[in-house]
Design a protein around this ligand. Structure first.
Ligand code: UD1
Ligand code: UDP
Length: 365
């Protein structure tokens, strides 16, 4: 009889990072019965990402509400996911990262004695409230999971230091690099052309930045736009808490293009064309060095320290002056820009899904 694996996917980054794993599991044929559960924590963002990777969910909890609170989302997800686990009774539930969907998947599988496999395990900033609530979610997932897929040696060491048995930890790389390389290879060559002014690609959506920090990021972007020698491309997260600020602060600027969320290939094409990247996204911090793009991280802490160590990323926080100064340094110093544009892939080699699937096959016998 084939082993039943349920893959839980809630948000855009989970879709992008688990898509290579779903395909690798399905490539093994009848040994595994693989079903995809969309929690629907995200709607348009999730559907857009899944469509690019040709994944149609077998089940969809459709839980997203406008401006959902963490507690309300957690409560709705818990009841709905538990019913699915009852009906599906999988041999393994697989989840990714540090979202509410991932946490609830780990918790519900624990309640039912179903092993939970955690992709992207072991990331830590060391500050329980940053990023919020993601750092707490991933810490809680450590003891809940039975299998831990750590992207890097550093992540594996963090798990061991928290008492996770070494034989349950597999250093696999992050499947975001599998997704990135797969997508970048298939880009229309015309989309890779860089023309016109240098482009700064921006994304910002973290809960801890809502309000004043996000306004401060926007003030920095206004100042950079006023230089006149750069174009700013900013695909905006659909969260109304983000949009109300970006629309008010940046909506009228000629050199700032506020875009709807881009589908994954379009975003990768923008990344290819960008001169540098300003972001608070975890996934983008992992992808940009793979394409040789310097990153300024709009956060006070990061769990993706490998990019800092490789010298391609710099933490700049959310203070407007600091962002402008750091960005101007990169724009005005070609030697520094070249040094930060080395292609490095500390987060994976494009074969993470293969390793994750091999470890799952071994675990399930
Ligand atoms: C969530 C994750 C965060 C991840 C991010 C990726 C948690 C606690 N946060 O944050 O770790 O970095 O996803 O994008 O799990 N919305 C839409 N359409 C969508 C998606 C969101 O309209 O497709 C709006 C809704 O009003 C929703 C709000 O955004 O209520 C917030 O969504 P939520 O998933 O709670 O948080 P994110 O900020 O997206
Ligand atoms: N991304 C995308 N379209 C966009 C912005 C981002 O496809 O308009 C991709 C990006 O390449 C990365 C992922 O979405 O793989 C990051 O998701 P997000 O920033 O929502 O979440 P985080 O990584 O911060 O958890």
């Amino acid at each position: 009889m084939s082993a039943r694996i349920l893959v839980s996917i809630g948000t855009r980054p989970e879709a992008i990072k688990l898509a290579p794993v779903v395909h690798a599991l399905r490539a093994l044929g009848s040994d595994f019965d693989v079903r995809v559960l969309a929690t629907g924590q995200h709607r348009e963002l999730l559907d857009q990402a899944l469509a690019h990777f040709c994944i149609e969910p077998d089940l969809d909890l459709d839980v997203m509400r406008a401006e959902q609170s963490l507690a309300d989302l957690t409560a709705r997800l818990t009841g709905a996911l538990d019913s699915v686990l009852d009906a599906e009774a999988p041999d393994l539930l697989l989840g990714q990262g540090d979202t509410t969907s991932a946490l609830v998947a780990g918790l519900c599988s624990f309640y039912r004695g179903i092993p939970f496999g955690h992709v992207e395990a072991g990331l830590r900033t060391g500050d329980p409230t940053h990023p919020f609530p993601e750092e707490m979610n991933r810490r809680l997932l450590g003891p809940l999971a039975s299998l831990h897929f750590a992207p890097t040696e550093r992540a594996a060491a963090a798990l061991r230091s928290e008492g996770i048995p070494a034989e349950r930890i597999h250093v696999t790389g992050n499947p975001v690099i599998d997704a990135l390389l797969w997508t970048a290879e298939r880009l229309d060559p015309r989309e890779r052309l860089v023309g016109g002014r240098r482009r700064i690609l921006v994304t910002a959506h973290r809960r801890e930045s809502f309000g004043a920090p996000l306004r401060s990021i926007c003030a920095a972007l206004r100042a950079l736009a006023e230089r006149g020698d750069v174009d700013i491309v900013f695909p905006v997260h659909p969260n109304p808490k983000v949009r109300e600020v970006t629309d008010a602060e940046l909506g009228d600027l000629e050199r700032v293009r506020l875009l709807e969320p881009l589908d994954y290939p379009a975003f990768v094409a923008e990344l290819h064309s960008a001169h540098l990247v300003l972001t608070d996204s975890g996934g983008v911090q992992e992808e940009a060095p793979g394409l040789g793009k310097p990153v300024l991280v709009l956060r006070d802490t990061t769990e993706r320290v490998e990019g800092l160590a490789a010298g391609t990323a710099e933490l700049v926080g959310t203070d407007a002056d600091r962002i402008v100064t750091a960005t101007a340094r990169l724009l005005d110093n070609p030697a520094l820009h070249a040094e930060r544009s080395r292609r490095v892939n500390p987060y994976g080699d494009g074969r993470a899904a293969e390793r994750i699937v091999a470890a799952i096959a071994q675990y399930l016998g």
